[in-house]
Structures are given as structure tokens and as C-alpha cells.
Design a protein. Structure first.
Length: 113
């Protein structure tokens, strides 16, 4: 199986696996919690798959902060290296596969004047 096919197969598998939903907080609905659980799993599995070499520390820490904030801290992760972009693309495909809108993802690159 080619590398590209394997990545797509892995993304599909991550997206469709059932996930237990943790206890719901009063201000967070179950679907919001579920999306974050799925994003957390996809991030960790895809990071292991692409390997940490070449993925920037800011990209990893930004994603981990987004996840630790319950995936509600908004977009503030900028993929800059080729591996960051590869991982961001794979995460985008996985997130679309498990039913999130593109506005859920934490990716944005802000330019400074």
C-alpha cells in the first residue's frame, strides 16, 4: 500500500472509530466534547505516523493547548514547516471525516505588519 493510501486509510479509521464521551460539563455540549476527543486522538495518532522530526515545537504545543482547552480556545496554530503542513492537512481530512466544520480547526497564520 502506498504511503498516501496508508495515510488516507489511517485517517478514515481514526474518524470512524467509536469514542466514549467523557462526563459532560454544564457549559459544553456532548458533540463539542466528542469532537475534541476525536481531534485529540487524531492528533496523537497522526503525529506518531508522520513522526516528530520536522514538526515544529510551536505546532505541537499549539495543538496540545487547543486540546487541553477543550478545543475551544480558537484558531492560533500556524503550520510553518513542511511536516507541520503535512500534519495539518492530515488533521483537516480526519476532522472533516468525523463531521466537524472547518471552523473547528485551530489553524491560522497571522501576518505581522
Amino acid at each position: 500500500m502506498s504511503g498516501h493510501r496508508f495515510v488516507l486509510s489511517l485517517i478514515t479509521a481514526v474518524a470512524v472509530l467509536p469514542t466514549p464521551v467523557p462526563a459532560q460539563e454544564s457549559s459544553t455540549d456532548a458533540w463539542t466534547v466528542e469532537k475534541c476527543v476525536r481531534y485529540d486522538r487524531a492528533f496523537n495518532e497522526l503525529l506518531d505516523f508522520v513522526g516528530p522530526e520536522g514538526v515544529t515545537a510551536d505546532f505541537v504545543s499549539g495543538n496540545r493547548k487547543f486540546i487541553s482547552d477543550g478545543c475551544s480556545s480558537g484558531a492560533d496554530v500556524c503550520p510553518v514547516s513542511d511536516k507541520d503542513i503535512e500534519l495539518a492537512n492530515a488533521l483537516t481530512i480526519a476532522a472533516m471525516g468525523f463531521g466537524t466544520a472547518s471552523s473547528f480547526l485551530p489553524f491560522v497564520c497571522r501576518s505581522t505588519p
